[in-house]
Design a protein around this ligand. Structure first.
Ligand code: TRP
Length: 921
């Protein structure tokens, strides 16, 4: 250690101090021992200086690995891995101090001295340095500062955030100011925990938010993160994650880079990067910690990723000057702190002399691959001449193209100097301290300097940047850099935008997208999503156990839609709406009913009209032949009522067509029911007469047979008196009068009419929209009001039909010349067949075709009846009028022995036609 300032006088003082410590200590043993010997390297210049400024830089990257052997006294480790970049920072501090000492306007009466230690990028070394620094001697004696050297002002350092956190804890105890140039971790914002910590680098709070904004700016929702295993990495990534996750971005993987070399961990991380579908990887780490991963990435040739760099590695030559790096890290986007040019720095850097101190000596040896140590020369190493041309060196140390952290060091030294300047120029009486007093530059307390640092405002020389601390922190300003390749295939940092945390929210991130060169084959903005967006018509379906950004797009069910992309759920269409084919819009359901104007409707109307017309034609024919025996044979009034009923049923079928209305619903069923009741009760009336006639004929037949048998018996035994059975006499064959028939017809119809009226009043049928039967259609139909009513009303019709059929069936063999009984039986059978087959047909159809089936049944059964009952009569009336005679009307008894015939006498009584059957011979 090159602590040249430690004179024999100083040593004496140390002994004095320690004795005081012993004296005041309550330790019972009454002696004190130095328990550890630190091993620190650095620069020191305190002789004849008024004030001393402390500094701490990670000139080495790590401690030498010593085996934990407890059989010998432990020693403070040595450091290894010389860091040219940090060495440049150290030299910059010396440069700035020289510059300040040379300035007549800044601290004119004060010479600044310095004590600078190498923190070796390790917390333990940083703590060693801090303790030693506070003691003011080579040995650390906590709580004492010994010697009469110049007062210590502040510490510039200590490098990485975790080092600064450790030193700031100790320095805070003594209220000793610390001015950091690169410790950006957000936890250092806390003035409660770190009361004397200030910095010239913005807090990572801004950087993490800026990175998150960048990710959101490009619409990336699937990113991987890698953090160094220190406070910088962990807190930086933590805040980044918080912001992006709040905005719906998912983290594909989160890895930490170990501080201690661990090849397996590196392999695992590289494999994770390779396996992940995330194309964007955010890395919060220093270049030193990232380097091993980089080697692994190169070995695996992991390309086609876009890396987001934090300020600690974005302009690191150790990363970007790595050979073959372009395919892997080309296109990287990173955040860098402000850059500046410092005139004269290059000359200072090149002007170092190898003979001044051990650090420079080591530097010299490494860059020129020689040694200044006699012992090493003896071992055969090349000897340095000390005249090597450092100007020819093309090394990170002498590269002053990216002075960013270097510029922060420069600013930090100046901040301390300006604070001291303010302290020195304080006018007694108007000073900031008690009673307007000032502090004395030759023996001030650290808290007094702290006051000046807190309230400091100054302009940085050469760059003109205005600096002030806002509770120890500076504004968050970053340049956004893109790694592009120049003509030689080397990486250049291209400026593509900036982030300014003090700008209005919308203008904070300014990026020129066009100037970015991406690291992919297509040269366009990469996409990084876990699942592609869900188009309208589909919804996002979560995948169990995966982040929310990974989902499946599930098509909406029928009747449901989504009209936005990435919809979380489908929306049910309103009652009268249904989804279209793409499921992205609700369209009105098609309204369905059997319309008059469609072909089926027109056909049905035509058939119904034809049927009604045919019935009317029959009425006309009957009216024209009203007085003929055939018409008169069975009460013509009943024929007319039957025909009227048929006309009603034909016409009622038309009412079933068209859009259902209240009136049409009410009339259609009722007209049908009453129409059928009229038809069937008329038929019943007619067939009841026929039945009675048939029975009469049967009675005559058996009487005749009995009479004949009696006559034969009389011939054989004339003595015996045979009582001939009474042969039924004429005219009492028709036991019912047309009056009765009509009454049957009227009563039959009336019952139905009353039933229907009750139904209409209590629970009338009404139109409804049936949306349940078919999804895509609204079927307009009639709700029958009450199922019991409609059933009983049609059951009544069935009853009438059965009666009519039964009567006709009995009379079917009655042989009049136009076979009325037979044709009625046949008509009724057609009627039954039609309605029986209607049931399955009706139940198996849907929508408007149900109406069509119903109409068909009505028409078919009506036509059946019309045709069966009236065609034979009309045939006789029109084609064979010669058969239309009274004789032909008489039912014949169709038997070999029968000379019996039923003659129908018609006479007019009470203005009504009365049929009687007379029995001749
Ligand atoms: N910002 C880092 C931290 O807080 C330190 C840092 C910045 C750094 N730039 C660097 C470390 C370059 C090494 C190299 O920890």
């Amino acid at each position: 250690m090159d602590l040249t300032g430690l004179s024999s006088k100083g040593r004496l003082l140390l002994v004095f101090c320690v004795s005081i410590f012993l004296y005041t200590s309550t330790d019972a043993e009454g002696s004190c021992k130095l328990k550890a010997k630190f091993n620190l390297r650095g620069y020191k210049e305190v002789l004849k200086r008024t004030v001393v400024v402390g500094g701490m830089f990670p000139v080495h990257q790590r401690l030498v690995d010593t085996d934990a052997n407890t059989t010998i006294p432990p020693e403070s480790s040595d450091c290894e891995g010389f860091n040219f970049r940090a060495f440049r920072w150290t030299q910059t501090m010396l440069f700035a101090l020289n510059e300040i000492n040379d300035r007549p306007d800044l601290l004119p009466r004060t010479e600044l001295g310095y004590v600078i230690y190498d923190s070796c990028f390790t917390i333990s070394k940083a703590v060693e340095g801090t303790l030693t620094f506070l003691t003011g001697q080579d040995e650390a004696v906590p709580n004492y500062r010994c010697g009469d050297g110049p007062p210590l002002s502040a510490l510039v350092g200590a490098g990485g955030s975790d080092l600064s956190i450790a030193t700031a804890r100790i320095l805070g105890l003594y209220y000793f100011p610390q001015m950091s140039y690169c410790s950006s971790c957000s936890v250092l914002e806390s003035r409660f925990q770190y009361p004397t910590f200030l910095r010239t680098i913005p807090s990572d709070e801004h950087q993490s938010v800026a990175m998150a904004k960048l990710v959101l700016h490009f619409g990336w929702t699937w990113v991987g993160t890698i953090a160094a295993e220190d406070d910088y990495g962990k807190y930086g990534i933590k805040r980044f994650k918080e912001v992006v996750e709040e905005a719906g971005v998912c983290i594909s993987f989160s890895e930490t880079l170990p501080k201690i070399s661990n090849p397996e961990a590196m392999e695992r991380i590289a494999q994770t990067v390779l396996d992940s579908t995330a194309k964007i990887i955010v890395v919060f780490s220093s270049d030193v910690d990232l380097k091993p991963l980089l080697d692994e990435l190169l070995r695996n040739n992991i390309t086609n990723r876009t890396w987001i760099a934090s300020e600690a590695w974005v302009t690191s030559a150790a990363i970007s000057r790595h050979p073959d790096i372009l395919p892997v890290l080309g296109g990287t986007i990173g955040f860098a702190v402000k850059q500046a040019e410092i005139p004269g720095l290059k000359e200072h850097l090149l002007g170092v002399s190898p003979y001044n101190d051990t650090l420079t000596e080591e530097f010299w040896g490494i860059v020129f691959n020689c040694t200044l140590s006699y012992r090493q020369v003896m071992r055969g190493m090349k000897r340095c001449t000390g005249e090597e041309m450092i100007e020819t060196l093309n090394n990170t140390y002498s590269d002053v193209s990216q002075l960013r952290i270097t510029y922060n060091v420069y600013k930090a030294v100046y901040a301390v100097a300006y604070a001291l300047h303010n302290l020195e120029t304080c006018v007694p009486g108007s000073g900031p301290f008690e009673n307007g007093t000032c502090a004395d530059i030759n023996k001030f307390e650290p808290w007094q300097l702290m006051y000046y640092l807190k309230n400091l405002q100054f302009t940085v020389p050469h760059t003109g940047e205005h600096i002030f601390f806002n509770d120890g922190d500076v504004d968050g300003f970053y340049e956004i850099l893109n790694w592009q390749s120049d003509s030689d295939g080397e990486i250049t940092y291209s400026h593509i935008g900036y982030y300014n945390s003090s700008a209005p929210a919308d203008d904070r991130l300014i990026i020129n997208n066009a100037s970015i060169i991406w690291n992919n084959d297509v040269l366009e903005t990469p996409r990084s999503v876990c699942s592609e967006r869900c188009q309208p018509g589909t919804r996002m379906g979560i995948r169990q156990g995966e982040p929310v950004c990974c989902f499946d797009c599930i098509p909406c069910a029928d009747g449901e839609i989504t009209n936005t992309t990435d919809a979380r759920g489908c929306l049910q269409c309103d009652e009268d709406y249904w989804s279209n084919a793409n499921h992205d819009e609700c369209v009105p359901k098609t309204i369905e009913f059997l319309d008059f104007s469609e072909p089926l409707g027109i056909t049905l109307i035509a058939i119904a009209a034809f049927g009604a017309l045919a019935a009317i034609v029959v009425v006309i024919i009957f009216l024209m032949h009203l007085n003929t025996p055939l018409v008169k044979a069975n009460d013509p009034l009943l024929s007319f009522s039957l025909l009227l009923g048929l006309v009603i049923t034909f016409l009622s079928s038309i009412v079933f067509l068209g859009e259902p209305q209240k009136w049409s619903c009410m009339t259609s069923q009722v007209a049908l029911a009453v129409g059928f009741a009229l038809v069937l009760s008329s038929l019943m009336g007619k067939s009841s007469l026929l039945m009675l006639r048939a029975r009469a004929v049967k009675a005559v037949k058996s009487a005749t047979r009995a009479a004949k048998a009696a006559a034969a018996a009389a011939e054989q035994s004339p003595d015996t008196e045979v009582i001939a059975p009474a042969i039924p006499q004429k005219n009492d064959v028709d036991p019912i009068h047309p009056r009765h028939q009509r009454a049957m017809m009227i009563v039959g119809t009336l019952i139905q009419a009353v039933g229907c009226t009750v139904w209409l009043i209590l629970m009338p049928p009404h139109p409804i929209k049936n949306t349940a039967a078919q999804n895509i259609k609204i079927i307009l139909e009639c709700d029958i009001g009450n199922i019991i009513f409609i059933c009983s009303i049609f059951a009544y019709d069935i009853l009438l039909a059965l009666l009519a059929f039964a009567f006709a069936f009995v009379a079917r063999k009655l042989e009049d010349h136009f076979n009325e009984g037979k044709s009625m039986t046949f008509g009724m059978m057609v009627f039954f067949i039609v309605w029986i087959s209607f049931v399955p047909a009706y139940l198996s159809t849907r929508g408007k075709f149900m109406v069509a089936v119903q109409i068909f049944a009505i028409l078919a059964s009506s036509f059946g009846l019309l045709a069966c009952v009236f065609i034979p009569k009309c045939y006789v009336l029109l084609v064979k009028p010669e058969r239309n005679t009274v004789e032909m009307m008489i039912p014949r008894v169709k038997s070999r022995d029968a000379g019996v015939s039923l003659a129908t006498n018609s006479s007019s009584a009470n203005g009504t036609t009365v049929s009687t059957v007379s029995l001749d011979g």
